[in-house]
Ligand binder design. Structure first.
Ligand code: ATP
Ligand code: MG
Ligand code: MG
Length: 397
């Protein structure tokens, strides 16, 4: 099959299609947005809502195989689509990765370490959740969240009380989750929120595993990730952690991909704690922002590898050509970057997604900075003045 259908036409869909087109594939893309970033690089564009089953079937009819580039999809609709066209990523992992309580329960059941947490399936669950998890904590919606949206930090009793009010209001609004409903079994699936201990980490890491249906795997070098206000700010590769920590992260990621039978890509986010332990934060069953460095700094990019994995092609060797720092270009960074472009150091590899509206916090592009060391790349980034967060951090670590 030479036409790959993509559910989702955001920047990930765009970069999948750019990589796949170079390999001779055609692309069909489904997205609700008129100006979806992937639209200009798609052969077929189906404009429609992801909840519209007829639109999904139209995408399927135009495709030999269908993939998804984000996980907030109706898994039932994707399962129905999979009856008429192969969906190699499947729906089992999709169901977990789109729901924080199911994801954490599956990881725990598999013996993988996660932060202490409690699922909240009804307002009555709140007091016990707060007691078992304690403060500081994060309240997270189970579904729909990304870039730190749908999360609240609880550090004080007053913040905990405010969070309880948010939880109670959410249950009131929808009327579901009443006491007396069947407990345990359906608890994770029925949970609206999780309360999760806030961990004091030394660093955040991620590992992206490519896996084919026959179990063959290839892994990308771990990235060290820095988030600002819940949004990925930059990824640093090689990660500034001991070799043994890198090896453990890769081992865990491969074990999780195998345990959950991932096909395509699986990104595993980790916290590296002060006591040396690695804890899994969350999973993404698709290309991942922390893998964008591979576009310029690795012998196979995550996007090419994704196309290879879902097509059953041999997976590419992954060699890191150079130390690299990937810095995201958010809406607030774009004007300064555009201004700097004409004289920008050519070691800055600029990727822009073609989004028209540069809202604050919106991912507009990224820059891969290749240098002799990650320290040098970070210095180069800071010197541009495009990312004031870098300077603020050095002055105020
Ligand atoms: P993404 O954009 O990666 O999908 P998300 O909205 O799904 O993000 P998380 O990955 O759960 O959210 O959290 C975003 C960031 O918030 C984390 O990368 C980390 O910096 C911080 N964070 C989340 N949970 C915790 C925790 N339990 N302890 C400490 N920090 C946390
Ligand atoms: Mg997430
Ligand atoms: Mg995350």
């Amino acid at each position: 099959g030479r036409t790959i259908g993509i559910l989702g036409g955001g920047q990930l869909g765009r970069m999948i299609a750019l990589a796949g087109r170079a390999m001779g594939y055609r692309f069909a893309v489904l997205d609700p947005a008129e100006e979806a970033p992937a639209r200009p690089v798609a052969d077929v564009f189906v404009r429609g809502e992801f909840s519209d089953r007829a639109a999904l079937l139209r995408l399927g009819a135009a495709s030999d195989v269908v993939v998804y580039e984000f996980e907030h999809l109706d898994a039932e609709a994707v399962a129905a689509l999979a009856e008429s066209v192969p969906v190699p990523q499947g729906t089992a992992l999709l169901r977990l990765a789109q729901h924080r309580a199911l994801e954490k329960a599956a990881l725990s059941a598999g013996g993988f370490p996660v932060a202490p947490y409690a699922a909240i399936a009804r307002p009555e669950d709140w007091p016990a959740a707060l007691r078992t998890v304690g403060l500081p904590a994060l309240l997270k919606t189970t579904t729909g969240g990304y870039d730190g949206k749908g999360q609240w930090r609880l550090r004080t009793a007053a913040e905990a009380a405010a969070a309880e009010a948010i939880v109670r209001a959410a249950f009131r609004e929808t009327g579901a989750g009443r006491s007396g409903e069947a407990r345990s079994e359906g608890d994770a699936a029925g949970a609206r929120f999780i309360l999760e201990r806030e961990l004091a980490f030394r660093a955040e890491l991620s590992v992206i595993v490519a896996r084919r249906a026959d179990g063959a795997m290839a892994t990308f070098p771990p990235a060290e990730n820095v988030h600002v206000r819940g949004i990925l700010h930059r990824s640093i590769v090689p990660a500034r952690v001991p070799k043994t920590v890198e090896e453990r992260a890769v081992e865990l990621a491969r074990a999780i991909a195998t345990h959950l039978d991932a096909v395509g890509l699986l990104a595993v986010e980790f916290f590296w704690l002060k006591d040396g332990a690695l804890v899994v934060n969350e999973l993404a069953p698709r290309p991942h922002n922390t893998g964008h460095y591979t576009l310029d700094a690795a012998s196979t990019s995550q996007f090419e590898q994704f196309v290879r994995a879902v097509s059953g092609l041999p997976l590419g060797a992954v060699r890191l050509w150079s130390p690299v720092v990937m810095v995201n270009v958010l809406g607030e960074h774009l004007p300064a970057l555009l201004k700097a472009l004409p004289t920008l150091d050519p070691r800055f590899k600029v990727h822009l997604y073609g989004k028209a509206e540069a809202r604050p916090g919106r991912k507009m592009g990224h820059v891969n900075i290749l240098a002799d060391s990650v320290e040098e790349a970070l210095r180069l980034a800071e010197a541009t003045g495009v990312w004031p967060e870098l300077q603020a951090e050095r002055e105020n670590p």
